[in-house]
Design a protein around this ligand. Structure first.
Ligand SMILES: [Mn+2]
Length: 293
């Protein structure tokens, strides 16, 4: 037996782990899915995304750079407390604060969408853009105010509804529509995106964001059509394409980007493609943002 043939490397995002001090981007996983109401398993998202990231190519046509020349420092996964949303959110907040204090851009991979609340609780003057099939604006869901279906409602209480924007939305209920209208929450439906040029939608959004100071992106993978991203907790038809999503993101990223997350990848329901899409989104955002930071 020749031990040289044994690969004992840990699986880091992108296949290699850049040192913390040399990295602009610091990534960590949050394998938490305790409030999932339909298809559970997003706790397995972080490892599936890492695995997929190692098996796709890294050149970005939008950023005109190879992700290998950027890299991330992969911290590993947060020690989550299954069943305890409050404590898990608190821990996320502490990790994020530390990463930002050191002037790095955090990338969080989920896990269910509730984890984004850990970001909002600790940051001031931010605008959160949620790319999501759902508003996640219910006051409670099945008597739980910390459900994944309430994430943006809780976040709007922290940072103000004027600082929450939902892009690609198509699945909602009367209660949410009333809240969104009463509070002037800015949104762009998937129908608007699918019947227009995504680049134009991106430019329109860029204009809306002109007065904003800091921007955080939260990508719920169910914003994509289930044909692009079948492995999510709550798939919804009539979603947007991966190219539309990235074309919009390309227009709005600049030096105000504070960080981003990619959530809801649910490997037990995936054929592998959703994890690949999530990896691609992370690669592209890093490569586009690299020009500005
Ligand atoms: Mn969603």
């Amino acid at each position: 037996m020749n031990l040289l043939y044994i690969n004992n490397q840990q699986k880091f995002f992108g296949g290699f782990n850049k040192s913390f001090s040399d990295s602009k981007f610091v990534l960590f996983g949050v394998p938490f899915d305790s409030t999932t109401s339909y298809r559970s398993g997003s706790r397995f998202g972080p490892s599936a995304i890492r695995e997929a990231s190692i098996n796709i190519e890294t050149w970005s046509w939008r950023g005109n750079i190879d992700f290998e020349d950027i890299g991330t420092h992969d911290l590993g996964d947060l020690a989550v407390v299954h069943g305890d949303c409050n404590e898990t959110i608190r821990r996320i907040g502490e990790v994020i604060e530390e990463i930002m204090k050191l002037k790095k851009i955090p990338i969080m991979i989920g896990g269910e969408h509730t984890i984004t609340l850990g970001i909002a609780k600790n940051l001031k003057d931010i605008t959160i853009l949620s790319f999501d099939a759902h508003f996640d604006m219910r006051d409670d869901y099945l008597s739980n105010r910390l459900s994944h279906a309430c994430t943006m409602r809780r976040i709007s209480e922290e940072i103000g509804p004027e600082n929450v924007m939902v892009i690609g939305v198509r699945a909602t209920c009367k209660e949410e529509m009333k809240f969104v209208k009463d509070n002037n929450v800015y949104f762009i439906s998937s129908k608007q995106i699918n019947t227009n040029d995504a680049k134009k939608i991106g430019l329109m959004l860029k204009d809306v964001l002109k007065s904003k100071k800091k921007i955080y992106l939260s990508i719920d993978m169910d914003v994509l059509d289930p044909s692009y991203a079948p492995g999510v907790g709550n798939p919804e038809p009539e979603g947007i394409s991966i190219s539309s999503l990235l074309d919009i993101i390309e227009e709005i990223i600049d030096d105000r980007l504070l960080g981003f997350d990619v959530v809801e990848v649910t490997p037990p329901y995936d054929n592998g493609i959703t994890s690949i899409m999530a990896s691609k989104i992370i690669y592209e955002i890093c490569c586009i943002a690299n020009k500005f930071i």
